[in-house]
Design a protein around this ligand. Structure first.
Ligand code: AMP
Length: 361
């Protein structure tokens, strides 16, 4: 057990780190952020900050020496340099990072565990792409295998043309490994978020029904609709197999599509997740608090809903500017909780904050 007063290291300096640092502070821990960018919104609310490149082994070792355990809020942390953490425990285990960082590895791993991903094929050339489209069909989505998030590194491939030929997008394939996925005809999207304790005990939050716009999460709603609730048990069972196969400790999120054939697996995030932000006010214990409890070897808190219904709305990009005028209005309704991440500029697609609205009985 890591006792309060000790320092928890967090790799990554964004809003997830900011909210994790808040939960750590609540439990009496000091948060130490490690991130390559100087303007870290997590460092702003933490006890210590190491600003260094991921591959700076000296800085990483010095950081580790000050931490009782290290966790991550960013899933694209390169795994190789983490060897410099030495004996300081890294939780969740870096094999979760390795699995989640590559869409092909992730889908093969989940299929092996009996999950149902969208049809997929690895693509490294235009020939591969033509073959993938011929076997899987179009429409589909071409994605970079690594480093994509929030809809970045993705290209929609439309359907066949009038003559029945395939319409390839006017793109030059980037010189990185790609994956082609068939477009899933889904009727809803949802996420399963669980927390696995150091003793293997697993707790779940209620599944949120999620709406994405332009590949970015826009809204999460609880309770989810009946069509989602009907597919949650199968999705949860898969998420448990994933967590156990990875020896996972902490919060794990898995995203699914609702289809007639059952839940189709989209992806996992080996970390706290945007579709769980509602849990700060909407659940008895938030995903952030339980993640800190799990990595410190403490008992996990109650994950039940703390309200009859909860809605989380992301504040994205330019919208933050428009919202500024309405912040007092949002806060004048006691059902609303406003979270702003302290990011300066509202660039398109940038997550600036969120509002959680509780529907009390
Ligand atoms: P991703 O970055 O892979 O999680 O994709 C972001 C969002 O794009 C998803 O939540 C879906 O709304 C959409 N999307 C991604 N892949 C597919 C797919 N194979 N079929 C249908 N929609 C998809």
């Amino acid at each position: 057990m890591i006792v309060p007063g000790e320092t928890i290291g967090i790799l990554g300096g964004g809003q997830l780190g900011r909210m994790l640092a808040g939960a750590a502070a609540q439990l009496g821990y000091r948060a130490h952020i490690y991130a390559p960018e100087a303007d870290s919104v997590a460092a702003e609310v933490s006890a210590a900050f190491t600003c260094a490149r991921w591959d700076d082994a000296t800085a990483m070792a010095r950081f580790a020496a000050e931490c009782a355990a290290v966790t991550y809020e960013f899933e694209n942390v390169p795994v190789g340099p983490l060897a410099a953490l030495g004996d300081t425990p890294l939780l969740p285990h870096p094999r979760a990072l390795e699995t989640a960082q590559d869409r092909l590895t992730e889908k093969l791993f989940v299929a092996e565990l009996g999950g149902r991903p969208a049809p997929f094929a690895a693509v490294d050339s235009m020939d591969d792409l033509s073959r993938a489209i011929a076997s899987i069909g179009a429409p589909g989505i071409l994605k970079t295998r690594r480093d994509g998030y929030d809809g970045k590194g993705q290209w929609r491939i439309a359907s066949a043309d009038e003559a029945g030929g395939l319409v390839l997008p006017p793109i030059t394939l980037p010189p990185v490994p790609l994956i082609y996925e068939g477009l899933v005809a889904f009727t809803a999207e949802f996420s399963v978020i669980l927390c696995r304790g150091a003793d293997g005990n697993i707790v779940f939050w209620d599944s949120a029904e999620n709406v994405h716009e332009g590949g970015i999460l826009a809204r999460s709603t609880l309770p989810a609709s009946r069509q989602v609730l009907a597919q949650v048990p199968e999705a949860r069972a898969l998420a448990v197999r994933i967590a156990e196969a990875l020896g996972f400790v902490g919060v794990l999120a898995a995203e699914f599509f609702v289809t007639r054939a059952g839940p189709v697996f989209n992806e996992i995030a080996p970390r706290v997740h945007n579709s769980g932000h509602w849990s700060i006010e909407g659940a008895v214990t938030s995903q952030f608090e339980n993640h800190i409890r799990a990595i410190c070897g403490l008992p996990l808190g109650d994950t039940r809903l703390a309200a009859k219904g909860v809605k989380m709305h992301n504040i994205i990009g330019d919208e933050a500017g428009d919202w500024a005028a309405t912040w007092p209005q949002i806060l004048s309704d006691p059902a609303n909780h406003l979270h702003l991440y302290g990011k300066g500029e509202g660039r398109p697609g940038r997550k600036m904050g969120h509002v959680t609205r509780l529907e009390l009985g």
